[in-house]
Design a protein around this ligand. Structure first.
Ligand code: C2O
Ligand code: CU
Ligand code: CU
Length: 554
């Protein structure tokens, strides 16, 4: 219905809810965009009468007190859902957790989500990895105020995969996700159904996040400017919002574990403690063409990996721990550097992530297929610019996180960020931090050493050396891409040695973890929808500080 249409003049489907959903009130939109100083358009409150949803649901963001640790409850912000129409399976509450309900859809279904903002600040929901029209993507310019509702209506066009949803207001995504606002969106399709993969209780989400709590069990976020430059690192790992971190599974059974890294900035190097390989069957927006066995798996922020776990010959009563293995990427931590910003769980240290316990026994008939899905990857020769890719460089410039030297502008977009509908392109995503280290840092510290200043940290030179080591998990909205290659010639060799077997280039992905110095070439098609979308670093603190830009499909 909305396919291929140019954006309408009044496409903002937000309205102040007055007396139930029927009461649609045309109102003047009081939002003044912070960077561009434009007034936004009047809101169009109507649901599209031609849109007949298979699944129609209400989703609200609300404040709650829930038990996470023993003792006082923790104040969190959560998504809560209510199914209006559709299969009961489509919405599954995450009981006893701050995580939002899991939304389950099939490719080809139409979904309407009536999102109500009941937290005390502006927000908007983004469907991470989904191929949707611009007005359904949760662009930061579409934020709604507390008390307002935003209507999403789209057809699920994605492949089977593990997607997720989270807020996307500029400058506040980090704290909002941290406070609890995130949920899973699982897509299935015919191809996946034919594979007879584990379903129901054998298909388990394992959402990995890190948090810090104060002595009253309240969440503690950014403590210093250093924390925000680096990205938030908590000192406790939570699994599906639980501090207990135990999955009670059945011996004799096979499982599909879906592992989303929902952390703001933490990177995981996941490995089974008993040394058995991790069997990956899916990544981000697709299953792989065939299962892949890795000694360990690198999982940057926002990435999802689907892992096969076979407990068929495990006895009842065993424990199997997934740990984080160490890697030398202790970014700006330790020593005087981190005054006021230290974590007892540094990036790249060794710790337990979660434990599988076989608490009962059973059996199921699932077996790991040798082949999974037809890959049908994009033929590189169809790209307009195979040998001359657009380059996007993620770097610190004058104490700001930038992309090609620019920071966020609400609707700002330049020529090099403008692509044609129907085109296939290669983008080279570059983490230029390591290379910038060569220029003695004049530019970086040029603004009067604001990092050093009142927080009394170390000298500019040392700090810069550390700062250069920042990884950037780069995410592009609207598309799923194929990774053509990763150029690691500028990556620290000690770091690369420690992590190189944990990356996957196969599959359809939407986020690529760029280690310092890494360049990744990705290929994607811009199809179906015109409009303004964003690409950004998914270290949420970097994103909030402006390491996000628009790209426009025309
Ligand atoms: Cu997961 Cu632009 O976000
Ligand atoms: Cu996204
Ligand atoms: Cu970043």
């Amino acid at each position: 219905m909305k396919k291929l249409e140019p954006p309408k003049a009044f496409n903002r489907r937000a309205f102040l809810e007055t007396a139930g959903y029927g009461a649609a009130t045309l109102m003047l939109w009081p939002f003044i965009s912070s960077c561009d100083g434009q007034f936004s358009k009047a809101a169009s409150p109507v649901m599209d009468p031609d849109f007949i949803p298979d699944i129609d649901l209400e989703l609200s963001a609300v404040e709650r007190d829930i038990p996470i640790l023993s003792g006082p409850k923790t104040k969190v912000w959560v998504f809560e859902g209510d199914l209006i129409t559709g299969d009961k399976e489509a919405l599954q509450a995450s009981k006893g957790s701050y995580l939002g309900p899991t939304i389950k859809v099939r490719k080809g279904q139409k979904i309407r989500i009536r999102f109500q903002n009941n937290i005390p600040e502006e927000t908007i929901v983004h469907w991470h990895g989904m191929h949707v029209p611009a007005e359904d993507d949760g662009h930061p310019q579409d934020v709604i105020h507390s008390g307002e509702t935003y209507i999403y209506e789209y057809e699920v066009m994605n492949r089977a995969g593990t997607y997720w949803y989270h807020p996307h207001p500029h400058g506040r995504t980090g704290p909002q996700v941290y406070n609890g606002l995130a949920g899973l969106l699982l897509v299935t399709d015919e191809e996946e159904q034919q594979l007879n993969l584990p379903k129901g209780e054998f298909d388990r989400p394992v959402v990995i996040q890190d948090r810090s709590f104060d002595e009253d069990n309240q969440l503690v976020y950014i403590q210093s400017r250093m924390d925000s430059m680096r990205g938030f690192l908590g000192d406790k790992i939570l699994i599906n919002g639980n501090a207990e971190k135990v999955l009670n599974l059945k011996s004799g059974c096979a499982y599909r574990l879906r592992l989303p890294n929902g952390s703001n900035s933490r990177i995981y190097k996941l490995a089974w403690e008993d040394g058995s390989p991790i069997t990956v069957i899916g990544i981000d927006g697709s299953l792989l063409s065939a299962p892949k066995e890795l000694p360990y798996l690198m999982l940057g922020p926002a990435k999802r990996a689907d892992v096969w776990l076979d407990l068929s010959d495990k006895p009842e009563g065993i424990r199997l721990t997934m740990k984080n293995e160490s890697f030398p990427l202790e970014v700006m931590s330790g020593g005087m550097m981190m005054e006021g910003g230290e974590t007892s769980l540094p990036q790249g240290s060794e710790y337990e992530v979660f434990t599988v316990k076989t608490t009962s026994s059973g059996s199921n008939e699932y077996s790991l297929p040798q082949q999974l899905v037809k890959s049908n990857y994009i033929d590189p020769s169809t790209a307009e610019n195979l040998n001359n890719p657009r380059q996007f460089s993620f770097a610190m410039d004058h104490m700001e996180w930038t992309i090609n030297g620019r920071t966020w502008e609400t609707t700002g977009v330049v020529d090099e960020e403008t692509v044609k509908l129907g085109s296939t392109e290669v983008w080279e995503l570059i983490n230029s931090s390591a290379m910038m280290g060569n220029d003695s840092g004049g530019g970086m510290m040029g603004d009067g050493g604001m990092m050093g200043g009142d927080e009394g940290m170390m000298s500019g030179g040392d700090m810069m050396g550390n700062m250069m080591q920042m990884p950037h998990p780069v995410h592009i909205h609207q598309v799923q891409f194929n990774i053509l290659e990763r150029d690691v010639s500028d990556v620290d060799s000690q770091l690369w040695e420690a992590v190189k077997e944990g990356f996957i280039n196969d599959g359809w992905q939407d986020t690529v973890l760029l280690l310092p110095g890494m360049k990744a070439r990705v290929i994607m098609e811009f199809k179906d929808f015109k409009g303004l979308f964003v690409y950004h670093c998914h270290n949420l603190e970097h994103e909030d500080m402006g390491m996000m830009r628009n790209f426009k499909i025309t």
